[in-house]
Design a protein around this ligand. Sequence first.
Ligand SMILES: NC(=O)c1ccc[n+]([C@@H]2O[C@H](COP(=O)([O-])OP(=O)(O)OC[C@H]3O[C@@H](n4cnc5c(N)ncnc54)[C@H](O)[C@@H]3O)[C@@H](O)[C@H]2O)c1
Length: 323
Amino acid sequence: MLKIGVIGAGHLGKIHLNNWAAIEGVKLIGFCDTDDENAKIVAEKYALPRFATTNELLDACDAVDIVAPTTFHFELCEAAIKKGKHVFVEKPLANTMDEARALVKLAKEANIKFQVGHVERFNPAFLALKNMALQPMFIEVHRLAQFNPRGTDVSVILDLMIHDIDIILHLVKSNVNYISANGVAVMSDTPDIANVRIEFDNGCVANLTSSRISMKKMRKMRLFQKDAYIGIDFLEKKTEVIKLNTPEDKDVFTFDIETNNGKKTIAVANPHVQEVNAIKMELEEFKNAILTNTETAVPVVDGFRAMEVAHQILEKISKKTIH
Ligand SMILES: NC(=O)c1ccc[n+]([C@@H]2O[C@H](COP(=O)([O-])OP(=O)(O)OC[C@H]3O[C@@H](n4cnc5c(N)ncnc54)[C@H](O)[C@@H]3O)[C@@H](O)[C@H]2O)c1
């Protein structure tokens, strides 16, 4: 049995505790949380020991799941790695680039597994596209959320946009060439809404809008590539593909249009989206990587690359801000 400890049992930490409890082959040995009142509730609800210090919890487990606020990720990850424990840490990997760089080095030197919680990789709407060759050349993204003081310890870039940055870097196999960005701190001390354009060496352009001050929620990514449009709704868990019809396309709705190159048949398909609990799946993948000694689904380097782009965006925004 793989012994798991959870650090930070707040909003997401409780969801992680529920999921760990439903995963076979692991034993939850306890948790740490600095808030006494919350810790009491968690200890009772989950009938789980609260450890007084992180060090004691780390000594008792094989792997740790860090779900504390981002500003604590570095010190908690560092402590775990130095004790040779496997680490799952929520996104974003860390708060600063120096911290992120140090974690990549520490994780590489230690013989441990390290996974970053970029959970949208496991979103069923995204998983539904796993058999399709995705080579987008233009990407349009909207990730809009209502205001919630939770998460405002970091900017909307590190809080929300980082999900889309990770997915885009995962899809576009090319280096970032140029970034332009604008953002405004409306409700908190850091940008709450931002618009970003990322240009890649291969010509792909991604246009991202993230907001945590919207009235309505939305999490949509639209990919345009040679002969196809792909819509991914991360919130509603729906996927749509509109492309030139090929003989392999079956059971799809088709219609004809006249173009300068003659008549083309267009196919509209909604790939089957399986019901998947994305958080359970990412934690299971972490467990499997440890047990089979294989690379994790979202290695530390992926978390680092997403942060690198996020920080370039923040630099661009800060240069435009009048202090
Ligand atoms: N993957 C996602 O979609 C997603 C969604 C929400 C949050 N997150 C990430 O999860 C992390 C936690 O977010 P949350 O919304 O659960 O926050 P939260 O404020 O609800 O919970 C954080 C908990 O950590 C505890 N804590 C604070 N410092 C601690 C420390 N040093 N050691 C142990 N416990 C400590 C707090 O008492 C609190 O209970 C953040 O990094 C956030 O970015 C990810």
